[in-house]
Design a protein around this ligand. Structure first.
Ligand SMILES: [Mg+2]
Length: 414
């Protein structure tokens, strides 16, 4: 039997596999598009007790395999239970000036929590204070979409296409909250689309997110024009804490961000000099599930509302969002997920299901999702064939790139 230090579990290996999983159609956003598929790196952390934990990371259309391989020097021999030490080993805040590993840290934290949960035979939510709910509500995530390259279907550009698509999602998954991703077309046209949604679904709640592409003036104009409809919030309307603080003087809708408050320094700055009302917690951007739980506690103290953000996900990352959503007492908004745009997943049993707009929190040990080896191989092969893509470019507009604030809108008539 192991004694003292020897009792600790040890990380023995880190294996990363890049996969690409198809989407129904390319999703347009203010900086470019998800080009008809997600590229995600799956990480498996092995231990000397034979327990393997899984994590996941995005990376703007690129593989993170090499970055994970480089972590082996730091982490082989590390005890996965020592989560605070993990942070200082690979992402201490001053070394991050040279090596920013926040997103890598997040994926390794997911895997370590998965290991601890499997070791104890308890779900991750039990390691985070215990669940307060059995399911997490999600918003539909409405994107303007290009047609699917193979089938020519799935385009969302006209008001009619947007409304029909939203109706279909409501029927299929039961969403009663809808987030429109904007910043693609001229703000006047996107305003027309947003108001059409409000008009078509008067009982439902809405949120609009142009990823800070609007000038302060456009954001004021847009915000004032939607004040009368059922808004959750106005998400990253314009750039920066100062821009949004100015906007807040003019627009009477809560302002949300997943861009300008993504660490504790920024959270403190925003509390001392308020600019943002709703803090969107992303398990990747904040460096793990646990930092999000800590941030939620700060927000609870200062009565700042929170929501669970999506930076794109397969089933592993989705599980982190579900465990997070399960334990937050002050979660009053529906979470975001890109998930319903995916055609498949890499976890056993296939995609998790929505019911009445909600997804059940997995109850199995650890994250409660298990890799489907065949699917991982299939989509790793697809990645080898197709490679990555530039997330911050638009496949429909060669040589285009946006300004912030943007004026180079796509043409909604074609
Ligand atoms: Mg956003």
């Amino acid at each position: 039997m192991k004694t003292g230090e020897d009792e600790a579990m040890r990380i023995t290996d880190i294996i990363a596999t890049t996969v690409t999983v198809p989407l129904e159609a390319p999703l347009r956003h203010s900086n470019g598009a998800h080009w008809g598929r997600f590229v995600r790196t799956i990480v498996e952390v092995h231990t000397d007790e034979g327990i393997v934990g899984i994590g996941e990371m995005g990376g703007g259309g690129e593989s993170a395999e090499q970055a994970f391989a480089a972590l082996k020097t730091y982490l082989v021999g590390h005890d996965p239970y020592r989560l605070e030490e993990l942070r200082f080993k690979i992402a201490n805040p001053t070394a991050s000036l040279y090596n920013n590993r926040t997103q890598l840290l997040a994926a390794i934290e997911f895997a370590c929590l998965d290991i601890i949960g499997k070791h104890l035979g308890r779900p991750v939510y039990d390691l985070l204070g215990g669940k307060l709910r059995d399911e997490v509500e999600f918003a539909s995530y409405l994107f303007f979409r290009l047609p699917n390259e193979q089938t020519g279907e799935g385009e969302i550009r006209t008001v009619q296409q947007l409304i029909q698509y939203t109706e279909r999602l409501r029927d299929m998954h039961g969403f009663r909250v809808h987030k429109l991703k904007g910043g693609v077309f001229h703000p006047d046209y996107e305003l027309e689309c947003y108001l059409a949604l409000a008009n078509a679904f008067p009982e439902d709640r809405l949120r609009y997110d142009p990823n800070a592409a609007l000038s302060l003036e456009d954001a004021i104009r847009f915000g004032k024009a939607i004040e009368h409809v059922h808004n959750d919030y106005f998400e990253d309307p314009t750039f920066g804490l100062h821009g949004n603080r100015r906007l807040r003087e003019f627009v009477r809708i809560p302002i949300a961000t997943n861009t300008f408050v993504i660490n504790f320094e920024q959270l403190a700055a925003n509390i001392l000099q308020p600019a943002i009302d709703v803090i969107l917690l992303d398990t990747t951007f904040w460096g793990g599930i646990r930092p999000c739980v800590k941030a939620a506690a700060v927000c609870e103290t200062f009565q700042l509302p929170i929501a669970v953000h999506s930076s794109g996900e397969l089933g592993i990352q989705l599980a982190t969002m579900l465990h997070l959503g399960a334990v937050l007492p002050n979660l009053t908004y529906a979470a975001d997920a890109h998930y319903h745009h995916l055609l498949d997943d890499v976890i056993k049993g296939g995609k998790l299901h929505y019911e009445n707009g909600c997804i059940r929190v997995p109850d199995g040990p650890g994250l409660g999702v298990v890799l489907d080896r065949d699917k991982v191989s299939e989509y790793a092969e697809l990645y080898k064939r197709l490679g990555g893509y530039p997330y911050d470019r638009d496949p429909a507009r060669a040589d285009w790139f946006p300004l912030i604030p943007n004026t180079r809108w796509a043409d909604h008539r074609a």
